[in-house]
Design a protein around this ligand. Structure first.
Ligand code: IPM
Ligand code: MN
Length: 360
């Protein structure tokens, strides 16, 4: 197969982790006979510096022409001025919207090798294998807002959801649950928020089409607690944008580190292989404190390429080979600093990439 992959390396550790991900894709290409062509484009802080916009038009065009998009991370202290007209994060939200990527899949699987890297007890973590599906193009991220004026007195954001926005993401989550353990937990704050009451009503309606999938509604504050008390009892979790953002940072601690969690953002656009045009990125940020030091964990981005192979290119065997190579390296006791324990061998970003490639 031939595939064109836009690479948005971004800022901070972004370029370091996407370099390793490309190394892995090249190796997959060699071993399985595929040709992956990369199209590097600017997005985020680097794009503000080079073209004066966090999301240049050329980047959107390139993504729309691609089979998939691989993203590192965006942001950094040099772009944090609250009065600046543009911010790196605006580019990220913009590309999610431009590609209509309404569902963000964040699988959280506790690897037996890393069970000790987590701050949570082994007995609680055992058997944890969940998939969080975060709504990605609606809610308070995109609702009308008002910045505080010069006197800094009042500001607001608005959480808005429409019926179709809820329906499509809940349906996608229900389909995912059907392919797994047939359990769906829908997260909301229906005891307080009007948008959550609509979320719950529409979820109940959609789930009538899925009588084989067991549905439970969980308030977001309770979910924050259940995730660290009984994570193994969940299968698929669906949540609106901000709740999903917060809960997945929390859930990453089950897997030991933010540096381990991949994600896939999917929507309704198809690529030329008649598969979803997706964007694949680690859930972690640009980690400015680690940037340029060669110590960042590339595994979340490498595992994101496995999701890319699976969802946007239909290459399931190749995706599993990447996941198996990551597991083999972890089983050999190799770690980056964020997941290190006293018995492990600590390596840098590039060596971790080399070792995963070697196992492939
Ligand atoms: C994420 C990030 C982004 C988000 C930020 C960088 C805008 O935290 O992908 O989870 O909030 O969606
Ligand atoms: Mn986040």
């Amino acid at each position: 197969m031939q595939a064109k992959i836009v690479v948005l390396a971004g800022d901070g550790i972004g370029p370091e982790v996407t370099d390793e991900a490309q190394k892995i894709l090249d190796k997959v290409g060699q071993r399985f006979g595929h040709t992956f062509a990369y199209d590097p484009q600017l997005m985020g802080g680097c794009a503000i510096d080079r073209c004066g916009s966090s999301l240049p038009e050329a980047t959107v065009e390139a993504c729309l022409q691609a089979d998939a998009v691989l993203l590192g991370a965006v942001g950094g202290p040099q772009w944090d001025n609250p009065n600046a007209p543009d911010r790196p994060e605006r580019g990220l939200l913009g590309i999610r919207k431009a590609l209509n990527l309404f569902a963000n899949l964040r699988p959280v699987k506790v690897q037996p090798e890393l069970i000790h890297a987590s701050a949570i007890k082994e007995s609680v973590l055992a058997g944890t294998d969940l998939l969080v599906i975060r709504e990605l193009t609606g809610g308070v991220y995109f609702g009308p807002r008002q910045e505080a004026g010069a006197e800094g007195y009042q500001a607001f954001d608005t959480m808005i959801y429409t019926r179709p926005e809820i329906e499509r993401v809940v349906r996608l989550a229900a389909e995912a649950a059907r392919g797994r353990h047939k359990k769906l937990a829908s997260v909301d704050k229906a005891n307080v928020l009007a948008s959550s009451r609509l979320w719950r009503r529409v979820t109940v309606e959609v789930m009538q089409e899925y009588p084989d999938v067991e549905l439970e509604h969980v308030l977001v504050d309770a979910m924050a607690m259940h995730l660290i008390r009984r994570p193994a009892s969940f299968d698929v979790i669906v949540a609106e944008n901000l709740f999903g953002d917060i809960l997945t940072d929390e859930a990453s601690m089950l897997a030991g580190s933010m540096g381990m969690l991949p994600s896939a953002s999917l929507g309704d656009k198809q690529n030329r292989h008649q598969l979803p045009l997706g964007l694949y990125e680690p859930i972690h940020g640009s980690a400015p404190d680690l940037a340029g030091k060669g110590v960042a964990n590339p595994l979340a981005t490498i595992l994101s390429t496995a999701m890319l192979l699976r969802h946007s290119l239909g290459l399931e065997a190749e995706a599993q080979a990447v996941e198996a190579a990551v597991n083999a390296v972890l089983a050999a006791g190799i770690r980056t600093g964020d997941i290190a324990d006293p018995k492990s061998e600590v390596v840098g970003t590039a060596t971790m990439g080399d070792l995963v490639a070697a196992h492939l």
